[in-house]
Design a protein around this ligand. Structure first.
Ligand code: NDP
Length: 245
């Protein structure tokens, strides 16, 4: 389905990003990963390579505009220009607003929102020249409904949703679609920190009565990158077991 297409996934060394990379590789795409964790990148590329596609991992911090731009050029030289981009790299630095430091605020905005801008900008020309492209931004239900203790994270994810819609309108004429996925609670390192009690309380709030798996998100990304979603742009797809409706 995605044979001969190059997909770039940020934060793809582990968690949801790695699951997305494996799913796109299963569909035939060559994969480039940006991540700040070099050890994870090596293991991830080995696993992706098992699907018979090319995979490269670059140690890139998405907050570094110049490094991102140079690294996208490197991907273009080695694999071809990325025509699928999944902006997945994200962090949390939770605190109540009264206690939130400037550093906690700005680090989350830098990685989640400015990182999305940096990588999208670096990939855009290649996609518009190609007259086909797919951008999927990983937001969060927290960007839709807010969450106490996560003003920085909620603002960054709501920002991603606005960015998605504005960009979708700008580049639709070039046959590039831009959509966001808003995951609910997904089982990864980010949610492994929850106590059993907190997990049970959460499950009670989810109509499908379970946390999501990274593969639940990955399959929806794959759908948005496929020809089945040719006529879908500027949308937010909640992947949350029905938590927000
Ligand atoms: P993980 O923390 O498991 O993975 C995120 C990856 O991104 C890590 O490898 C991390 O590296 C990397 N990363 C962090 N900062 C940067 C950076 N500046 N540049 C490049 N890479 C970076 O997160 P998840 O897989 O759980 O989450 C993936 C995305 O999904 C995030 O955007 C998150 O906000 C979103 N999401 C997750 C939910 C969940 O329940 N898990 C729910 C809703 C949304 P390192 O390990 O070194 O930090």
């Amino acid at each position: 389905m995605l044979k001969d297409k190059v997909a770039l996934i940020t934060g793809g060394g582990r968690g949801i990003g790695l699951s997305i990379a494996l799913e796109l590789a299963r569909n035939g795409a060559d994969i480039a990963l940006f991540d700040v964790n070099a050890d994870d990148l090596n293991t991830a590329c080995e696993r992706i390579g098992e699907h018979g596609v090319k995979a490269i991992g670059l140690n890139v911090d998405v907050t570094d505009f110049e490094a991102v731009s140079e690294s996208v050029k490197k991907v273009a030289d080695e694999l071809g220009a990325p025509v699928i981009l999944v902006n997945n790299a994200g962090i949390t630095r939770d605190n109540l607003l009264l206690r939130m430091s400037e550093a906690e605020w700005s680090s989350v905005i830098s990685v989640n929102l400015t990182g999305t801008f940096n990588v999208t900008k670096a990939c855009l020309r290649g996609m518009t020249r190609n007259r086909w492209g797919r951008i999927v931004n990983i937001a969060s239900v927290v960007g839709l409904m807010g969450n106490a203790g996560q003003a920085n994270y909620a603002a960054s994810k709501a920002g991603i949703i606005g960015f998605t819609k504005a960009t979708a309108k700008e580049i639709a004429a070039r046959n590039v679609t831009v959509n966001a996925i808003a995951p609910g609670y997904i089982r990864t390192a980010m949610t492994d920190k929850l106590s059993d009690e907190a997990r049970q309380t959460l499950e009670g709030l989810i109509p499908l009565k379970r946390l999501g798996e990274p593969a639940d998100v990955a399959r929806c990304v794959s759908f948005l990158c496929s020809c089945a979603a040719d006529y879908v742009t500027g949308q937010v797809l909640n992947v949350d077991g029905g938590m927000v409706m």
